[in-house]
Design a protein around this ligand. Structure first.
Ligand SMILES: C[S@@+](CC[C@H](N)C(=O)[O-])C[C@H]1O[C@@H](n2cnc3c(N)ncnc32)[C@H](O)[C@@H]1O
Length: 233
């Protein structure tokens, strides 16, 4: 597995509970918002899915053909596998047979793989600068030309009247994740700039929690050639 300087293993057992305490059901609502846009029969890639709630939402709302679930934290991944095992007890959807779990990062996915949909929820905010560019570039090379990138994350509102509480709250969250998970980032990235550099643009978006959480569908605006898209980085 590619080495990361941070780990969510320690915080994993209480992560969902703390998220609910702080934001109620908004984190989950935001993550579900665009799932119905996933084309039927897609091969979906989830990066940093955490404890696996997103898989249950996908099983309920999207008719995917295959799902690859990549999670760096072994403890988070164990929770996700347990959720799916429990779900299997009472459900018999065909797609349940087609879920692949990878304990690792986007670097641990075979370069020959190609996906129609990628989901990155509350994970790009763990990176900044070149590290974020490298991560997104790697994901980009694993995607087909006609791809949906579903993104949900915290962001600073464009309305200054809302930013006054968002900046200190963000600072507190990053301090918490520095102590519990060794996250080094201190402020939210300008996601659009990173997506634009790769040739993606937000086609739809919806805001939650006073505009502090955004859920977006990004689509490619510039065409890659398949040669570009298959080059390893
Ligand atoms: C803040 S948590 C969010 C979890 C989940 N998306 C949610 O909203 O509940 C970020 C998760 O991403 C995982 N993660 C961070 N970087 C990753 C990467 N490059 N590849 C896979 N997982 C990653 C962490 O281990 C952690 O579980």
């Amino acid at each position: 597995m590619a080495a990361l300087h941070f780990s969510f293993d320690r915080i994993a057992p209480v992560y969902d509970f703390l998220g609910y305490l702080a934001f109620g059901d908004r984190l989950q609502q935001a993550q579900k918002h665009f799932l119905s846009a996933i084309p039927p029969n897609s091969h979906v890639l989830v990066i940093g899915g955490g404890s696996g709630k997103i898989v249950l939402d996908l099983l309920d709302q999207a008719a995917f053909r295959q799902l690859t679930y990549v999670e760096a934290s072994a403890v988070m991944l164990r929770q996700a596998k347990k959720k799916i095992a429990d779900y299997r007890q009472t459900n018999s959807k065909d797609s349940l047979a087609n879920i692949i779990f990878i304990n690792g990062t986007e670097r641990d996915i075979a370069s020959s793989e190609r996906y129609q949909v990628v989901i990155t929820n509350f994970v790009l905010d763990m990176y900044e600068g070149d590290a974020l560019d490298r991560m997104m570039q790697r994901i980009d090379t694993l995607l087909l030309l006609d791809t949906y990138w579903l993104f949900t994350d915290f962001r600073y509102s464009l309305q200054s009247a809302k930013r006054w509480w968002q900046r200190p709250l963000t600072g507190l969250m990053y301090l918490f994740f520095k102590i519990t998970a060794n996250i080094r980032v201190q402020s939210l990235p300008n996601y659009d700039a990173h997506f634009e550099r790769l040739g993606w643009t937000a086609e739809q978006q919806h805001s939650f929690f006073g505009d502090f959480i955004t859920s977006r569908i990004y689509r490619r605006t510039t065409e890659l050639t398949q040669d570009d898209s298959s080059s390893d980085s």
